[in-house]
Write a protein that binds this ligand. Structure first.
Ligand code: PEP
Ligand code: MN
Length: 472
């Protein structure tokens, strides 16, 4: 059974037209399962699909498609994140704000992977802690929006909601949600994961290649030079170990996981599978899924769906969250209080983190809740530059991470990791950094489909500064 053939995008047909279509085998709804109770609740930020029959056909096809990741892999990530909860490791989450179908190329995926590996090696070597690596990759195709529409020159159209839903181009056809895009999301995620696995285990991620990870990047930046020095030290350490007769196999590849915001519940539901080992449900669209700041209603559909899957999961917490709400998330989403299952990704903003985070951490800790604390220093620090670009200051990002470390140090809790938006390219989207990027530079390479990302150099710089905080 296949999805109806490609046809040119159209403006939405009326709901009535869609409903009148004859039901047939290709549009039969997916049977409800134990994880589908979210359908009875309000799901925020879902697209208004103009053709429900097409959505049903696509999701029915996805429900029969092979899983993208296995339950065993997700369990392994839970175990790794449990080490973070216990203060024995650090987690690095990073990647695009919004992946795009055309941006899913070998080169761009490889550059992002290399950037993340470089950051991880900086943190591991300098701070001597294992670093769990989770790419915001292979599934980050759907975006929640603060406004449902966008107006340009008196023309109002639906907002861009990520390539999984509609197109970035500002035209009625492109902005009309098209459920066939969910299939493309699956295909692009599969292609990305394939590259990730090849890269992680095929030799490219061998620690002896640490120098090569810098190839193709501008090396004459301060961070690039520092990285070269560090790669030299790693080489010497590896040669020393070899001379001593130690040749650790563990350095020949890396463990790399994929995560995304579990926003589109029709998609996630279609890819939810029962683990034959245990009979439990897992999202198989990625290893780690998180609930966004705009969809974390305790009585809403997202919390219900997430409560029924067994993956390691995250909840984004903005400055309005209360400590009681945080406890309620732990209760609903991790009733067994298993370490590694639940991560709180705080995104307070540099100006709020030192006020808001202590109360949260104190109460959660006092209640014996097992949670991994991760800092997203991006989403609370976004503003519009005078040029009209959405941007962030490198200094604000750094300040929020510093605040995060300060709060945890003062309370004796573990600052578990960071969650950042980055790319392996030399984009000009965030202000500042060692290159001193200014507002007038933003237009040069402003390429993001949604939020501004750290460039490759800014990412390395952040990693060196973080390594310092981890060591202190
Ligand atoms: C995001 O991670 O891109 C995002 C929209 O974050 P938040 O839900 O924290 O606003
Ligand atoms: Mn974002």
């Amino acid at each position: 059974m296949t999805v109806p053939a490609e046809r040119p995008p159209t403006v939405p047909p009326t709901e009535a037209k869609a409903v009148m279509r004859e039901p047939d085998m290709t549009t039969a709804p997916v049977p409800r399962t134990a994880h589908s109770t979210w359908r009875d609740l309000t799901a925020a930020q879902q697209p208004r699909w103009p053709d429900p029959a097409l959505l049903a056909a696509v999701t029915a096809e996805l429900a029969r498609a092979p899983e993208l990741v296995s339950a065993e892999e997700s369990d392994r990530l839970t175990a790794r994140l449990a080490d973070v909860t216990h203060g024995r490791a650090f987690v690095l989450m990073g990647g695009d704000c919004a992946e795009t179908f055309t941006g899913t190329t070998t080169d761009s995926v490889r550059r992002k992977l290399r950037t993340l590996l470089q950051m991880a090696v900086i943190l591991t070597y300098a701070a001597q802690v294992p670093v769990v690596k989770v790419g915001r990759m292979a599934g980050q195709y759907a975006k929640p929006r603060s406004r449902p529409t966008e107006t340009r020159d008196d023309v109002t159209l639906p907002a861009y909601r990520g390539d999984a839903v509609n197109g970035l181009e500002f035209s009625p056809a492109s902005r009309t949600p098209d459920a066939r895009r969910l299939r493309r999301m699956y295909d692009s995620s599969a292609a990305t994961l394939n590259l990730v696995r090849a890269f992680a285990t095929g030799g490219s991620a061998d620690l002896r290649e640490a120098h090569a990870w810098n190839q193709g990047f501008v090396r004459d930046s301060p961070a690039g030079r520092r990285y070269e020095d560090l790669a030299g030290e790693i080489d010497r350490s590896l040669r020393f170990m070899k001379a001593c007769g130690v040749d650790p196999h563990a350095t020949r590849g890396v463990e790399f996981f994929a995560g995304h915001e579990g926003l589109l519940l029709d998609y996630e539901d279609a890819l939810t599978r029962t683990d034959p080992r245990t009979g439990l449900s897992y999202a198989t669209s990625g290893h780690f899924l998180w609930i966004g700041e705009r969809t974390r209603d305790l009585d809403g559909a997202h919390v219900d769906y997430f409560a029924r899957i067994r993956n390691p999961i995250g909840v984004k917490l903005g400055p309005s969250v209360t400590a009681d709400e945080a406890l309620a998330y732990a209760d609903r989403l991790n009733p067994g209080n298993s370490p590694g299952r639940l991560t709180f990704v705080t995104r307070m903003g540099a100006s709020r983190i030192r006020d808001v985070l202590p109360g949260l951490v104190e109460k959660v800790t006092a209640n014996g809740v097992a949670v991994t604390w991760v800092c997203d220093p991006m989403h609370g620090n976004t503003f519009e530059a005078t040029s009209g670009h959405k941007t962030r200051r490198f200094d604000d990002i750094l300040d929020e991470v510093s605040g995060f470390f300060e709060v945890h140090r003062a309370l004796g809790t573990h600052a578990g990791g960071v969650h950042v938006e980055l790319t392996g390219d030399d984009v000009t989207e965030c202000l500042g950094g060692a290159d001193g990027l200014l507002v007038q530079d933003l237009h040069r390479r402003y390429e993001t489909a949604c939020d501004p990302r750290l460039s490759h150099r800014q990412s390395l710089e952040l990693a060196f500064l973080l390594a310092q905080m981890l060591r202190d």
